[in-house]
Design a protein. Structure first.
Length: 274
């Protein structure tokens, strides 16, 4: 009931305001379970994709969105529940991953659509990063549900990380033909199979999105970018300190020269007076 209300209000508002274009909507089954595996460019990806589909799509969201205290926290929790988000505590390492997998399996066993971002986090620079094999592949093999590759287009330009006000422009969504991994049924314990399934999905997403592919995890890329930003900040700080020290030394030299001129002028004055 709540999802339907949010679908009408939020979904209709997004479509009216941003007018997203969609290709491949016919690949989404009218009924039955399916996995929507998408690239992840922006916070708003989880809202645009459900907005353009007739069926409910359930994504996994950070548990903090549902547990923040106060009125604002309750409103946030109600909103995320209303748009079909499932709370998962992702602070517990492997246990958190298992919880996410169980949640995805439960959604699919109900015959619904399950949305997942194989990269595990938003792209830090708009490129497509290596998919994590644990979640997507294990859910797909455990349920036998078809996997639909999805490409979000230009959503990072609407609301870049750290920006509150969205930019009015048309994002795009491309949905590819379903990928069938039934040949690997019962092999979700084989890490090489999990890697193969994930890579096949990521290749399909890359073909749909046209993104440059980077064969490292997005989390590692974010750490590297953070380290580089820290190094730049430290280098700039050191440069500012060096410049300040130089300016202080220059000021001291000018002050010494001024005192020396005054001393000579005083001495010359005494000589003339004598």
């Amino acid at each position: 009931m709540l999802y339907g209300t949010m679908k009408i209000s939020v979904g209709a508002g997004l479509k009216l305001t941003f007018r997203p274009w969609v290709e491949g909507r016919e690949h989404v089954p009218a009924e039955g379970p399916a996995i929507l595996a998408s690239n992840h460019l922006s916070f708003c990806d989880s809202f645009f994709l459900p907005a353009v589909l007739d069926r409910k799509v359930t994504f996994i969201a950070k548990a903090e969105y549902f547990t923040t205290p106060g009125i604002k926290g309750k409103l946030t929790a109600a909103f995320f529940k209303g748009v079909g988000q499932l709370p998962v505590d992702r602070s517990g390492g492997r246990g958190a991953g298992e919880a996410a997998i169980r949640s995805g399996i439960e959604v699919l066993e109900r015959g619904e659509l399950f949305g997942i971002y194989p990269e595990g986090t938003r792209s830090p620079d708009g490129r497509l990063y290596r998919g994590k094999p644990g979640g997507l592949a294990r859910v797909a093999l455990a349920t036998g549900a078809p996997v639909l590759p999805v490409a979000m287009i230009d959503t990072e330009k609407i609301q870049p990380p750290g920006k509150m006000m969205p930019k009015l422009m048309r994002p795009g969504i491309r949905i590819g033909a379903p990928l069938d991994f039934s040949r690997y049924q019962g092999m979700e314990g084989d890490r090489f199979i999990l890697r193969s399934v994930t890579d096949e999905v990521m290749y399909a997403i890359m073909k749909l999105s046209g993104q440059e592919y980077v064969d490292i995890y997005a989390t590692a890329a974010k750490r590297r970018l953070a380290d580089e930003a820290k190094e730049r900040a430290e280098a700039e700080k050191a440069e500012r300190a060096e410049k300040k020290a130089w300016e202080r030394a220059e000021h001291d030299r000018e002050e010494q020269d001024r005192l020396e001129r005054e001393r000579r002028e005083d001495k010359d004055g005494e000589t003339r007076a004598g």
